[in-house]
Design a protein around this ligand. Structure first.
Ligand SMILES: [Zn+2]
Length: 365
């Protein structure tokens, strides 16, 4: 009979093996990414719910490493958050230097088929979720309205079909679930929603939407069973650098942005507990907490800061769960997977919860 340790190993192996494959692919796709960048130079950031069913990179069939992903409970970000606001401003500055336009996707999600498959963070209230994204769009519009070429756009994701709804001016929408025309019509449709948008940005945005139209078709052909569109996550990801993980509905992903970080961790822990209680995932396999911090090659301080951040996040999350969702503890593997991700290779390196004396951590690679 498999032991708890065997089940932990199964989840750890799934994570690390997926990372290995994706890192190899990321490096092999360098020329594809370069060509993509040359053809579609607009920088794209996607603000998403931590929900494992929402993955804009995946549902738009975009090569990994193109979209900058930020995850948070309900996608309920606020530009006023210190680290988040700083990261967005740094990204805008970087794009300005590269003379690239910028799109910030502010997404909410919902289920066409069942209210209870909508966003748990917003207590399944899709209108409240939309309202927040409108607020976020207006924050970005005010901050970047002068010569920054930043286009904040609200989108909705129907997790039943993975279809995107784009929201434009005057309440106009473009619903890709019902779109059955050609690229020319799509370009016209985007222009109607965003009359101020330059042709270059329209072309680049259209590329994402065309990817989604193709993905919607594939999902339809798969005839996905209803149980696979309800929550089935087994991992709790905490930190940054998980955008390579492409197994849909396997992980709840919480970024380190919310000034009250315990809040999204508690909500995520409750969703995971429900997954077990409702039999949506095998209880014996348990839940694995994985933390990650990113660093760039040749930046030793950033690397060391990453080690400290990943370990801190793991200890913090364990405490928060023990204090607030202790019913999850029998299912939560005691030893989290703690590591750092090299942002230049997308390679994840396990570092352990505590520094090991014998390992020379000052050596970067
Ligand atoms: Zn959500």
């Amino acid at each position: 009979m498999a032991s708890k340790e065997d089940f932990r190993k199964k989840l750890v192996d799934l994570f690390l093996n997926t990372n290995k494959c994706r890192s190899v692919l990321f490096l092999a796709e360098a020329s594809i990414r370069k060509a993509y960048r040359e053809m579609f130079p607009t920088e794209i950031a996607s603000l998403e719910c931590m929900d494992g069913r929402v993955d804009v990179t995946y549902i738009t069939k975009t090569p990994i490493g193109i979209i900058q992903v930020y995850s948070e409970g309900g996608g309920q970000f606020d530009f006023g958050w210190f680290s988040f606001g700083w990261l967005i401003r740094r990204w805008v500055k970087y794009s300005l230097k590269k003379k690239r336009n910028k799109i910030i996707l502010c997404s909410y999600h919902f289920s066409k088929g069942d209210k209870h498959r909508c966003c748990a963070w917003f207590k399944y209230d899709t209108e409240a979720a939309k309202k927040h994204q409108q607020y976020l769009v207006s924050q970005f519009k005010s901050a970047f309205k002068k010569n920054h070429e930043v286009y904040p756009i609200m989108i909705g994701v129907d997790t039943d079909t993975d279809g995107i709804i784009v929201h434009g001016i005057d309440g106009k929408i473009l619903d890709l679930r019902e779109f059955n025309s050609d690229k020319k019509e799509l370009l016209i449709g985007i222009k109607e929603l965003f009359p101020q948008m330059t042709d270059c940005v329209i072309k680049d945005f259209a590329q994402l939407l065309l990817g989604n139209i193709q993905h919607i078709k594939e999902v339809k052909e798969l005839n996905r069973p209803i149980q696979s569109i309800d929550h089935q996550e087994q991992f709790l990801f905490l930190g940054r650098g998980f955008e390579w993980f492409n197994l849909l509905n396997k992980a709840l992903e919480v970024g380190p942005y919310n000034p009250d970080l315990s809040k999204p961790i508690i909500v995520a822990a409750k969703v995971l507990l429900q997954n077990i209680q409702k039999g949506r995932i095998p209880a014996e396999e348990g839940i694995l907490l994985v933390t990650s911090a990113v660093y760039g090659t040749d930046d030793n301080t950033e690397y060391h800061h990453g080690l400290a951040k990943a370990r801190f996040l793991a200890k913090f999350a364990k405490e928060v769960i023990a204090d607030n969702v202790k019913e999850l503890l029998p299912y939560l593997h005691e030893e989290p997977l703690v590591g750092v991700l090299n942002f230049d290779t997308f390679e994840y390196k396990e570092i352990g919860l505590e520094p090991v004396e014998d390992v020379k951590e000052e050596v970067l690679v």
